[in-house]
Ligand binder design. Structure first.
Ligand SMILES: Nc1ncnc2c1ncn2[C@@H]1O[C@H](COP(=O)(O)OP(=O)(O)OP(=O)(O)O)[C@@H](O)[C@H]1O
Length: 257
């Protein structure tokens, strides 16, 4: 990472959509070396909170701060130098090669009006090596697997040289193996100093790797702390309205001998 990441912090954030209060005083922070999972039921407002933390939307009340500055006072480029965003996995309309997708991250560093130079090509190569995807460099982004696509998007974010990474449901659509592999990569990146905030619908997986788990309920962060204190049976019931199951449920009666 280029510089120590500043703290990104949403403080008492309020936001309305269609006259409905989606966020009602949410507090959430992200610092270097943290891997924070944000849990919440469908429609709870997780993506909305991420968009506010990234400066794509402005809170109706409260504020978002990046280091010493209010986010609203910073340019899009200044924010992008500090905070990279990996949106929900998508299929690109154009078959860019993986190295080109990652190269797009350099725009935040070089600006739009300078052609990429050897330093940019080196940065892209180093990023692919770091993520173990150098062998995919010349493959079209549209023809790689969901797990590989997710790594390419993380590569694009890392090439931006931002110290903080915000990801929206990175586990969605990945098979169990790729989910675990991706989480291991994210844990390694956090150990190397990157601050990572991700939304997820997989509390058990989040609990395995996160340094903190935050829970969004009724527009507020209802809990935020170490996984073992937050991801409890009681919290799962409160979040999703179900009792967690760890043993298989027998649907059919056993045949009589
Ligand atoms: N573009 C939009 N226009 C209007 N309402 C929206 C829009 N996007 C989201 N909403 C509404 O805002 C609320 C919060 O949505 P948001 O996408 O932030 O939730 P989420 O927790 O990320 O949900 P999910 O887990 O289903 O992805 C929901 O009620 C949703 O219907």
């Amino acid at each position: 990472m280029k510089t120590a990441a500043p703290l990104l912090q949403g403080k008492d954030v309020w936001f309305h959509r269609n006259g409905r209060a989606v966020l009602q005083g949410a507090d959430l922070g992200l610092g270097p070396g943290e891997l924070v999972s944000l849990l919440g039921a469908n429609g709870a407002g997780k993506t909305t909170l991420l968009r506010l933390l990234l400066g794509f939307e402005r809170p109706k009340a409260g504020e978002v701060r990046l280091g010493q500055a209010a986010l609203r006072d910073l340019s899009r480029r200044a924010i992008a130098r500090a905070v990279a965003y990996v949106p929900q996995s998508h299929v690109a309309p154009f078959p860019y090669r993986v190295r080109e997708v990652i190269g797009l991250g350099r725009l935040a560093v070089t600006g739009l009006f300078r052609a990429p130079g050897p330093a940019d090509r080196d940065a892209v190569a180093a990023t692919m090596a770091r993520l173990g995807i150098a062998h995919l460099a010349d493959r079209p982004y549209t023809e790689i697997s969901g797990g590989e696509r997710q790594l390419a998007l993380i590569g694009r974010a890392l090439a931006q040289e931002a110290g903080l990474l915000v990801m929206d449901e990175p586990l969605t659509g990945l098979d169990y193996g790729n989910q675990l592999r991706l989480l291991d990569r994210l844990a390694e990146l956090a150990e190397s100093g990157l601050g990572i905030l991700m939304t997820t619908h997989a509390p058990d997986l989040a609990a395995m790797v996160s340094t903190r788990v935050a829970v969004l309920i009724n527009g507020r962060i209802a809990a935020d702390g170490p996984p073992e204190t937050v991801v409890t049976d009681a919290m799962i019931e409160r979040l999703y309205g179900v009792t967690p199951r760890r043993t298989p449920k027998r649907v059919f009666a056993r045949p009589r001998p």
